[in-house]
Design a protein. Structure first.
Length: 163
């Protein structure tokens, strides 16, 4: 008995569907070829692969900018250090690496930091401690009888009569 020779089954080939230009990913390679994947309605117009890559690049840029602005922790211990941070912040806003709105918020926070750090050359004037002690000693203090008569300090007077 002879075996019949069966024809080989055709292996289906993969054909890529053509995506209309309006629905294609907006990513362009360095060779100026545009991605052929559909963007799937994403707001930035990128496909899933390039959107993920774009997000990773944004996170890396944000980390680089924050390292550049913040510097070291010691810079927040003195007024000069905070002024250096504000100067770097100013240049990054001008370069466009930090949006103006975020730069405004960061500058406000830096101004609050400046208010909490005492001046380097600021010293308590000589005799100031004695002056304040004498000032408070000379102030008249209320007597206990005066305090008991005041209605706003008397807890029994603050309870309304519900009858």
């Amino acid at each position: 008995m002879k075996k019949k020779i069966q024809p080989k089954k055709a292996i289906p080939t993969y054909t890529r569907m053509q995506v209309p230009d309006a629905e294609r990913c907006r990513f362009t390679s360095t060779h100026r070829r545009r991605c052929v994947n559909p963007h799937g309605g994403s707001p930035n117009g990128l496909c899933v692969v390039h959107a993920r890559h774009f997000e990773k690049m944004k996170i890396a840029e944000a980390r680089a900018v924050s390292k550049e602005v913040l510097g070291t922790e010691e810079e927040f211990q003195s007024r000069e250090g905070v002024n250096r941070v504000i100067t770097r912040l100013f240049s990054l806003v001008l370069e466009g690496r930090i949006p103006r709105r975020e730069g405004t918020l960061l500058a406000y926070i830096a101004s609050l930091l400046l208010q909490t750090i005492p001046h380097a050359g600021e010293r308590v004037p000589e005799g100031w401690e004695n002056y304040t002690r004498e000032l408070f000693d000379e102030l008249p203090s209320p007597s206990r009888d005066d305090l008991a008569e005041r209605d706003d300090l008397n807890p029994a007077a603050q309870i309304p009569n519900r009858m």
